[in-house]
Design a protein around this ligand. Structure first.
Ligand code: SF4
Ligand code: SF4
Length: 275
């Protein structure tokens, strides 16, 4: 089965009594680490001072990128677990140690440590917001509450590649994504995404599809910008596989290099009347 909507990690949420527990990372269990309850009458407007504090706290907790995204109305309607449509999106770098480790239980343990660190950090920020009168719902990077790469794309910090991974200028495809859904309405939501050219690049590349040892990524013949993702075949969430990251030019050469190469090719194609 292909599923475009479960890419927060790479699999279907595990459910128990209809409650989302976590995605499929073996024994990994997502816990609610909130220390503060949501306020009864949450505030909707945040001032710059608190927002700056959130950004500073995020950076000090090793979160590399922070953006503001909106969950589309249709998704909100379909997914009744989502409490708010406005989101603060965070990313945390997947380091070389994880990427260099071949798929194994140990590689998954390394991934889980990162999920732990990231999850705990997001709960600290969520508590800070609650303390200041805002309501929050944490979308843990391992919980698969919603399509996190897609949410990150709406925040304008990057674009989802054919690997179904978010690609950003800062980290290429090497990041975990988490978010805080919140009652705050006056966030600086992105109106455009300047990274959408990545879709055209991906169309000509396809290296992640070839690199996948399990055929979990397959050409989508209906949309050549995309690839189908067969989650039951992916080793990313239970063996810490990162082959699709390793082969991605955004990892190997970096965002700026790939952009320059892409721009040159587009110019040539235009000159030849092929675009
Ligand atoms: S390369 Fe590994 S992580 Fe990527 S889609 Fe294939 S199995 Fe999953
Ligand atoms: S490997 Fe190529 S096709 Fe896959 S995400 Fe990276 S740039 Fe896109």
């Amino acid at each position: 089965m292909t599923d475009e909507n479960t890419m927060g990690c790479c699999c279907e949420p595990v459910k128990e009594n209809n409650e989302d527990i976590s995605c499929c990372g073996g024994d990994y269990e997502v816990t609610d680490d909130s220390k503060i309850e949501n306020p009864k009458n949450p505030k909707k407007e945040i001032d710059l001072e608190i927002l700056n504090k959130i950004e500073d706290m995020g950076k000090s907790l090793d979160m590399e990128i922070i953006g503001f995204g909106k969950i589309p109305k249709e998704e909100l309607k379909e997914n009744e677990r989502l409490q708010y449509s406005n989101a603060i999106v965070f990313t945390m770098k997947i380091g070389e140690k994880i990427i260099n480790e071949p798929p194994s239980e140990f590689a998954q343990e390394l991934n889980n440590l990162l999920y732990d660190k990231f999850g705990k950090s997001i709960y600290i920020l969520s508590d800070y917001l609650r303390e200041n009168g805002f309501a929050t719902q944490v979308a843990h990077p391992h919980q698969n509450l919603l399509d996190l790469p897609q949410l990150a794309e709406t925040s304008g910090i990057g674009t989802v590649g054919r690997s179904h991974l978010l690609i950003t200028p800062e980290l290429g495809p090497c990041q975990k994504i988490g978010a805080i859904l919140t009652s705050i309405e006056n966030l600086n939501f992105s109106k455009e995404n300047k990274h959408n050219w990545i879709n055209d690049y991906c169309k000509r590349c396809g290296k992640c599809i070839k690199a996948c040892p399990e055929d979990a990524l397959q050409k989508d013949y209906m949309d050549e910008n995309k690839a189908d993702f067969i989650e039951s075949q992916c080793l990313g969430c239970n063996q810490g596989c990162t082959y699709c990251i390793e082969e991605c030019p955004f990892y190997k050469d970096g965002y700026r290099f790939v952009k320059e190469k892409h721009d040159k090719l587009e110019t040539k194609l235009k000159e030849k009347g092929k675009l």
